[in-house]
Ligand binder design. Sequence first.
Ligand SMILES: [Zn+2]
Length: 216
Amino acid sequence: MTLYCNVCAREQLHRISATVTKLVSETSNENQGPFWYVSAQISECGGCGNFSFQEIFHDSDAPSEDDTSRNTYPERWYRLPRQYRAVPWVLESTYRELVFAYNQHWGPLPALSFLSTIGLSVLLEMICKDKGGTEADQRGRFGTVDSLEKLLPPNVVAALHEVRRLGNDAKHEFRHLDRENLGRALDAIESVLDTLYDLEAKAMNFHLQAPVRRRE
Ligand SMILES: [Zn+2]
């Protein structure tokens, strides 16, 4: 069985160590149907040996991927939130909320895709309002993506426009990003947070020691 491993940070083959299955009635009378099966399964990662526990709900005594829903413990962290030093608290907590939403899955499917896609544009708007300055853009608006033009390279600003447009699509056209593209958009936002906030903070702590002089 393949399962994402938090420690290996990738999909890994897992060996099933033990499975217990029981029949459960949907009604309060346990002798009366309809029934379903619940399995409790312990599995061991083939890479690092860590254990996972799965609770599997299925319609037959031979569970397949098609007829099951499952909860996995501990929760899978497909992406760990980055640690920032100089990002304002409200931005960082929104960023962490976004990574949390990205990590939620029902089985193999992303569970909070709409919230993640809209969350990306909310976080982007926060960054623009915070770093956009007091000068109006070409259309007389403040705190827009264009207001970051002086701080970021043109191709990065273009990528942020794309994130903004995709957020609008989710809100108004009810289209959300898939997991792969959500990951790419998060990569872009993380780099922007790094450039606009943490780069300066890291540079201030960057003290080189004088090189040791070689004896002649
Ligand atoms: Zn592992």
